[in-house]
Design a protein around this ligand. Structure first.
Ligand code: SF4
Length: 174
């Protein structure tokens, strides 16, 4: 059953949905309607392997509704880590992490966040502002509107051939 049948209030926003909001609205809609092809896709498999190999030793995971994060504790401060392959989806990565920080804050947990790019050996320390947290609330409302609306027609973009939904959207036609 799709989210439109469950009512907007009960729809659970996830970190992945925040990321897809920036990447592609069609992808966001398909994912939110449980049309999930990600598990089979080569890019997703590679992404998971980068994560597994790079952070095998220090990895600890914390799962909350809609969130799955790696974390380490530095003194009193929780530092959450998100591992990404490249910086191509910077806005998506950034707001996904700000969403995690926002959800933790609502639960009374102050945390810091770091995005790790092991393949290019870079680290991005996040310092979200109050405006960023307000933007997250707007994005969540916009996501609900998109998901409850009609299927957004696919628009071809540079990332499409690497997307798990490519055949679904374009039937593999170049
Ligand atoms: S193939 Fe392109 S249009 Fe279709 S969901 Fe993926 S990114 Fe969006």
């Amino acid at each position: 059953m799709g989210p439109e049948h469950e009512g907007l209030e009960s729809m659970r926003i996830t970190g992945v949905m925040i990321s897809y909001y920036f990447i592609c609205r069609t992808k966001l809609w398909l994912f939110a309607h449980n049309i999930t092809l990600e598990r089979e896709h080569e890019n997703v498999r590679i992404g998971k392997e980068v994560h597994e190999v790079s952070y095998k030793r220090e990895k600890k995971e914390v799962e909350l509704p809609g969130m799955k994060m790696d974390f380490i504790r530095k003194g009193d401060v929780l530092e959450i880590h998100e591992v990404k392959k490249s910086r191509k989806m910077m806005a998506a990565d950034r707001y996904q992490v700000i969403y995690y920080l926002s959800e933790l804050r609502k639960r009374g947990v102050e945390a810091k966040a770091v995005i790790n790019y092991p393949m290019i050996r870079e680290t991005l320390h996040m310092n979200p502002t109050e405006d960023d947290f307000r933007r997250i609330e707007e994005i969540k409302r916009e996501i609900k509107d998109i998901v409850s609306g009609p299927f957004p027609a696919p628009e071809r973009k540079r990332i499409c051939p690497k997307c798990a939904y490519y055949e679904f959207c374009f039937g593999g036609i170049e």
